[in-house]
Design a protein around this ligand. Structure first.
Ligand code: Q0Z
Length: 297
């Protein structure tokens, strides 16, 4: 979709537009990325599911941290966006423009991915020492703050120590980022666990509002910013199945795809099963009907 606004940033599956000096528009597409490649086949409603989840989580987290949301009601968007209301409804958010902190704030309750890689190499993750003998998917003795710095386009974020974060943003902001990130993770993991979903880890982005208040930005606790695992099949010692993407991954592996772009078109049944998993995640976590979300947005 192309809006009559300056494009500020384009992620793999989302776009960020400048509305005015104080506001941005965050738009989530239906694109899906697997094995670091954006696939050519969209998953219908994925952008709306992720937006709906972020909106719901912002509400769940409001007592812990202020967030950048202004409104997701397209009727309240600036008049110049009225011609695009149908394309934006349900999958966009008008946000306050923040001065983003140049650090990816990650909390992990379970060990996998880059955390596991670093642990196997050093016994620590981001300078946090961990007990010996942990395997892929192990629950950590307690959730840990594992910040990363944004890498250049195409590269992966680089895990860094708390001290490195303090060196960039100052000790007191670094301590606030760690405290809030862990509080958000704990709230998210506890709520998800009640609904049969393990929240292995989550990545948050923070900025400063015009008054200098640390504010939660971007998307929160979505399957694109977090690892969701079905609690029913949790079994440490192996890679855990992804709540949302496992059908896609299994099909891609079986297809013999070599993981180079552009990636193959997905068959209809894989698209439909995957859409179902996103909708199921929304409904399990929020306890509300996704159809209702679409109708009310
Ligand atoms: C978020 C990103 C992308 C989506 C900048 N409220 C804010 N104020 C200032 N900057 C941001 C936000 Cl959310 C901001 N990102 C990450 C990139 C699509 C989000 F291409 N970058």
């Amino acid at each position: 979709m192309t809006l009559p606004l300056p494009l500020l940033a384009r992620g793999k599956v989302r776009e960020l537009y400048e509305v005015d000096d104080e506001h941005l528009l965050l738009v989530a597409s239906d694109r899906l990325s697997a094995y670091d490649v954006v696939l050519p086949t969209p998953i219908p409603d994925k952008g709306a599911v992720l937006t709906g989840l972020s909106l719901w989580w912002f509400g769940q987290l409001r007592d812990l941290v202020p967030d950048h949301l202004v409104t997701a009601d397209v009727a309240e968007y600036p008049a110049e966006l009225a011609p695009y209301a149908d394309a934006l409804r349900g999958r966009s958010m008008l946000c306050r423009r923040l001065v983003m902190q140049p650090v990816e704030c990650v909390a992990r309750g379970y060990l996998t991915g880059s955390g596991l890689k670093d642990y196997r190499a050093t016994g620590s993750v981001c300078g946090v020492p961990l007990p010996d003998g942990l395997e892929d998917g192990a629950q950590l003795p307690q959730p840990i703050f594992t910040p990363a710095t944004k890498a250049e386009v195409g590269a992966h974020d680089e895990n860094v120590s708390f001290e490195a974060v303090a060196g960039v943003v100052g000790a007191s902001v670094a301590e606030e980022l760690r405290r809030i990130t862990l509080a958000v993770y704990e709230r998210g993991a506890s709520l998800a666990a009640d609904r049969g979903i393990l929240l292995a880890d989550t990545k948050l982005e923070f900025g400063l509002d015009p008054a200098g208040v640390l504010t939660l930005g971007d998307e929160v606790l979505t399957p694109d910013s977090s690892r969701f695992w079905p609690a029913s099949s949790y079994e440490p010692g192996r890679a855990q199945p992804s709540y949302d993407k496992q059908y896609v991954r299994d099909w891609l592996v079986a297809s013999g795809w070599d993981r180079t772009a552009p990636g193959p078109e997905l068959p209809e049944d894989v698209v439909e099963q995957t859409r179902g998993r996103y909708v199921e995640a929304y409904e399990r976590l929020t306890g509300s009907s996704f159809e209702d979300y679409l109708r009310e947005s």
